[in-house]
Design a protein around this ligand. Structure first.
Ligand code: BGC
Length: 439
């Protein structure tokens, strides 16, 4: 029988990723709180509510001990700016104490913390002064970064200032389904992009000033794009999607400038401000020119899909994006990858095959140092509410009871062996085994 054994580099980080607003519950000073109250903003009128009860009930304790027993050795979490700075001139020391305790808890469970300072959620006071469109936003953000990093640096050395600027801008300023709900506001979107680049660059400098040994990286959502038909128009449009979505933020970090559909952005200060490149990869789409909005970006017929069709199974583009990221000449960390699937059949296939393609990319020279599965336990999925269970553990929101999915057992095998092996693939994802041996 054919034996498969995909071995990962020594010292590889195997973790899961979470974000504060999605797990803590009752983040009432965040711009998402009033947003959730508006009608029609969140699917089915869902509310984040107590979420996974990490704040009031400190249930991060049980989740971290599960992650630890699951052979994970790292955890990516985020801090809620609106808790630490509930008003422009107020610092909430108690909130910092809670985060200290939480991060100590991660460390004592053998989970190395990777800490995100901004994950989609802004303080209400900040959004009231224009949020990231305000020309002072980078300095204001820097105040929060300075305060927080000074407080937590004895415990944390790996930082991500801003999660997925591209998704934040796309949803908040082009699609209108995140606060501040602007639609096709291209000028605003560009302002936010520039200010987030400046915010990131300031944070990079500030963190290194406070903590010279720190690792400060990005976390950008990368999406595979391919032309639906092999014609000039589809190929051209595909390149634009790729450039705007995948390239806008990271290309400035690489080169100090970028040209985006007629706009030039020059931010020399942002050049070379990442010690690692963090990539969130979920899926890939085909692109075609069409007068119907819904036909422009789709999954090809026959693509294996997650429960609601939100994520198409396109693992080979994961390898492509990792090879593309070699150009940054920095260590790569997969800061998110995962899928929504309640009965867990698809998740195991998705996990196995993405790790095989990640291994291929590593074998072809992509310096991947860690993988953080999205996510540890089902959490509040933004404007999509609670319909997307992404967790290795299922959450019962009534009782807060967690139930492990089979994928958690699969992940434990992989993390504990630092390898993906035949017996585990055959047991957890037999369809992937067949594909891998070419059957
Ligand atoms: C975000 C997460 C989100 C995940 C799955 C990513 O774009 O960073 O907050 O839950 O996608 O939808």
């Amino acid at each position: 029988m054919t034996i498969l054994k995909y071995i990962f580099p020594q010292g590889f980080e195997w973790g899961t990723a979470t974000s504060s607003y999605q797990v803590e519950g009752n983040n009432l000073n965040s711009s998402w709180a009033p947003f959730e109250e508006k009608s029609g903003t969140i699917l089915n009128g869902d509310k984040s509510g107590t979420a996974c009860d990490w704040w009031a009930g400190s249930r991060w304790k049980e989740d971290f001990s599960r992650a630890s027993a699951n052979a994970q050795n790292a955890h990516r979490l985020s801090l809620e700016w609106s808790r630490i700075q509930p008003n422009p001139d107020v610092w909430n020391e108690e909130a910092l104490d809670v985060y200290r305790e939480m991060i100590r808890g991660a460390i004592s469970n053998g989970l190395k913390p990777l800490v995100t300072l901004h994950h989609f959620s802004d303080p209400i006071w900040f959004s009231e002064i224009g949020g990231w469109e305000n020309p002072d936003a980078p300095q204001i953000f820097d105040g929060y970064v300075e305060k927080t990093v000074s407080a937590l640096k004895p415990l944390v050395s790996d930082w991500i200032p801003i999660n997925e600027p591209n998704v934040y801008i796309f949803n908040g300023y082009l699609m209108g389904n995140f606060p501040p709900q602007k639609k096709f506001a291209v000028r605003s979107a560009l302002k936010v992009l520039v200010n987030m680049l400046r915010g990131h660059a300031n944070a990079y400098e500030t963190i290194h000033r406070l903590q010279p040994e720190a690792n400060v990286g990005t976390s950008v959502n990368v999406h595979g794009f391919f032309p639906a038909r092999n014609n000039l128009r589809d190929r051209f449009l595909t390149r634009q999607f790729d450039k705007v979505f995948n390239g806008s933020f990271l290309d400035v970090i690489l080169n100090g400038s970028v040209s985006l559909v007629g706009y030039r952005i020059n931010e020399k200060k942002a050049k070379n401000t990442q010690d690692f490149v963090g990539l969130n990869y979920y899926t890939a789409s085909q692109i075609q020119t069409s007068t119907k909005w819904t036909e422009i970006m789709t999954f090809p017929e026959g693509t294996l899909l997650s429960d609601t069709g939100f994520i198409g199974h396109e693992p080979e583009f994961f390898e492509k994006m990792l090879l593309w990221a070699k150009k940054f000449k920095k260590p790569i960390i997969i800061t998110e990858n995962g899928t929504e699937n309640r009965d867990d059949h698809f998740r195991r296939t998705y996990l196995a095959e993405h790790l095989i393609y990640m291994w291929r990319a590593i074998s072809n020279g992509a310096p991947v140092k860690g993988y953080y599965h999205w996510t540890l336990v089902d959490s509040f999925e933004w404007e999509r509410g609670w319909i997307h269970p992404f967790g290795l553990w299922e959450l019962d929101r009534e009782t807060q009871k967690r139930t492990r999915r089979n994928s958690a057992d699969f992940y434990k095998k992989i993390a504990s062996k630092n390898a993906l092996e035949s017996e585990d693939i055959l047991h957890f994802a037999p369809d992937v085994f067949k594909r891998a041996i070419g059957e």
